[in-house]
Design a protein around this ligand. Structure first.
Ligand code: XBP
Ligand code: MG
Length: 235
């Protein structure tokens, strides 16, 4: 086997975006629209059970407030406002990449290993994160950026990884995924991908028994470690 592609998850993996990024953007959007919702750090940790910002807002009103205050259309509008605030946070440089992410990207490029992204977040959020932290051309480092509503079923469904593999025209056994959450791990595994998990405050106690390896410090992950997992260099 030869390592042909590394598929990165984004939120929680490439950067710690949830607590001080997405969560803050949601609260700014609620404020802007005069909605008396406020998601604390602790509550948001519970809401992260549902992937997708629009789905998460609906989950909050039905499962926590036990009310259907907002229609799907109103949720969509509110989500667009949240995305605007989130991108402003990214462009202000407030959300750095995790230590070690840039190093792995540079190593993979030097070794002609293809890079791709498989994420639930909105596509423009990915571009803004990459531009803010790597530069204007950062998007071109990734052969495929599979994100958000491009698939119907979000993580833990495998759709976003299957879509990325199809776009890459690669087999799962020649690739590896890097994830931070149980939902992301399940999504990658169901797509047939060996997966490494890097944890963060919100996900560190989740079930990662099926991960190949678990690293709280992303900088422990390098191309040699990934090649060994794939079985490259084994005669
Ligand atoms: C994490 C998600 C996303 C973000 C919010 O994505 O579940 O929904 O929390 O982004 P991943 P949006 O870990 O797959 O990168 O509001 O744009 O959905
Ligand atoms: Mg994630």
């Amino acid at each position: 086997m030869k390592l042909k592609c590394i598929l990165f998850d984004v939120d929680g993996t490439m950067a710690d975006t949830e607590r001080d990024g997405h969560r803050v953007a949601f609260n700014l959007a609620f404020q802007e629209k005069g909605i008396d919702w406020h998601w604390s750090e602790e509550l948001y940790g519970q809401l992260l059970k549902v992937t997708g910002g629009k789905e998460r807002m609906d989950y909050y009103q039905t499962d926590f407030l036990k009310q259907n205050i907002l229609t799907n259309e109103e949720i969509k509008d509110l989500h667009a406002i949240k995305t605007k605030h989130y991108i402003q946070l990214l462009e202000s440089g407030k959300i750095p990449l995790r230590t070690g992410v840039k190093k792995l990207i540079n190593q993979a490029k030097a070794e002609n290993i293809t890079l791709a992204i498989s994420t639930t977040t909105t596509p423009i959020n990915v571009i803004a994160l990459l531009k803010a932290n790597i530069g204007k051309q950062a998007q071109s480092l990734f052969k495929v950026i599979a994100a958000g509503d491009i698939v119907k079923h979000k993580k833990p469904a495998p759709d976003i990884y299957l879509y990325a593999l199809e776009q890459l025209q690669l087999n799962a056994e020649d690739c590896i995924a890097i994830e931070d959450s149980e939902a992301g791990l399940q999504s990658a595994l169901q797509a047939g991908l060996k997966t490494i998990v890097t944890t963060n405050e919100y996900t560190k106690n989740q079930d990662f028994t099926q991960a190949q390896q678990i690293h709280s410090d992303f900088s422990q992950i390098d191309t040699q470690l990934l090649k060994n997992i794939i079985g490259e260099n084994h005669v």
